[in-house]
Design a protein around this ligand. Structure first.
Ligand code: SF4
Length: 268
C-alpha cells in the first residue's frame, strides 16, 4: 500500500505512516489513506506473523486542532486492538506497537513551503495533550523534540545568510544535532543572538505566495502555480488531489501530461 508509506524497518518490525489521526487532516496533506486501509494493512501484517509495528505521525501540520492531536492516540488505540484481534489468543501478549510523532517542518518545493511552523511553546503544549490522552498499555509513545525541529525549519527554508549561523553554532560546540542527547538549543540561540537572527521568527513565518524564495533558481519541474493552488486548496477545502497515474492530470508541470498518457493511458 504505497499511500500508507509502509516499510520494513528491521526484521520483525514494520512501520506504517498514517501521518495524521483524522481523515480531515489526512485529506489536507493529501495523504489519501483511510482509517479502514490503515487498520486493514495492520491486520494483514499481524495475521502474516508480524508482532511489532510502528505508526508514524506528524504534529503541527497546517490546520491541526486539539481534536486532531488527540485523534492520533485514538487511532493508535484502535490499531492496537485490531492488531490483537488479528493474532491467535496465545500470541496476544507478544503484540507490540509504538507511535512516533515528528514535528511538521515546512519543506521547499512542496505546497506547504509557505506554512510557518507552529511555535515551539505551542508544540510543547500539543505534546502534553498527546501524553495526557489515554494510550493503551502496550503502546509506546515517542516524539521529536520541538526545539530541534525549529532548527530544522530554520534551515529548511533558509537562504545563504544561514551559513554564518551554522558555522557560529559549530564554533560554539554544536555537534551531531540529530542525536537528541547531543542537541543543545542554547548554542544555537547564542549563535543566533550574535548574528541578530530570530530563530522562532524564521521557523514560524508564513511566506507570501508571491515572494522571492531562496530556492527559486532550482526547479524540480513542479510549477509555483501548482504549489500555490495545492496550498490554497489544502487550507480552504482539504480536497484531495488525485494520483495522476489513476486519475486526471493535475497539470503540476513536471511532464506536461506524459505520466498520465503513458502510465494511465494503458488502462484506457
Ligand atoms: S501527468 Fe505529469 S504533469 Fe500531469 S500531474 Fe502527473 S506528473 Fe504532473
Amino acid at each position: 500500500m504505497a499511500g500508507l508509506g509502509c516499510g520494513t524497518q528491521k526484521k520483525g518490525s514494520l512501520t506504517f505512516a498514517p501521518e495524521a489521526g483524522t481523515q480531515r487532516l489526512r485529506d489536507v496533506i493529501n495523504k489519501n489513506v483511510s482509517e479502514e486501509e490503515v487498520l486493514g494493512a495492520l491486520r494483514a501484517a499481524y495475521e502474516a506473523g508480524w508482532r511489532r509495528t510502528k505508526l508514524y505521525f506528524m504534529l503541527g501540520l497546517p490546520t491541526e486542532t486539539d481534536e486532531d492531536v488527540v485523534a492520533i492516540v485514538e487511532l493508535a488505540n484502535r490499531a492496537y486492538n485490531a492488531a490483537k484481534d488479528a493474532v491467535p489468543n496465545e500470541d496476544r501478549g507478544k503484540v507490540r506497537m509504538s507511535i512516533s510523532v515528528a514535528v511538521f517542518v515546512p519543506k521547499a518545493h512542496t505546497p506547504f513551503q509557505f506554512s510557518g511552523q507552529v511555535p515551539r511553546e505551542e508544540l510543547l503544549r500539543r505534546v502534553q495533550l498527546l501524553k495526557a490522552a489515554r494510550l493503551s498499555k502496550g503502546i509506546d509513545l515517542h516524539w521529536h523534540d520541538p526545539a530541534a525541529s525549529m532548527i530544522e525549519a530554520v534551515f529548511s527554508r533558509g537562504d545563504s545568510s544561514l551559513a554564518a549561523l551554522g558555522i557560529r553554532a559549530w564554533e560554539l560546540g554544536a555537534r551531531f544535532d540529530a542525536w537528541s542527547d547531543q542537541f543543545d538549543l542554547a548554542l544555537w540561540e547564542q549563535a543566533a543572538d550574535e548574528l541578530g537572527l530570530d530563530l522562532q521568527g524564521l521557523a514560524s513565518r508564513t511566506l507570501e505566495l508571491d515572494e522571492a524564495l531562496p530556492w527559486d533558481f532550482i526547479t524540480g519541474g513542479v510549477s509555483r502555480h501548482f504549489l500555490v493552488r495545492e496550498y490554497e486548496r489544502a487550507l480552504s477545502t482539504g480536497e484531495i488531489t488525485p494520483d495522476c497515474t489513476t486519475g486526471p492530470c493535475g497539470s503540476c508541470g513536471v511532464c506536461g501530461g506524459a505520466v498520465r498518457t503513458v502510465v494511465a493511458g494503458t488502462r484506457g
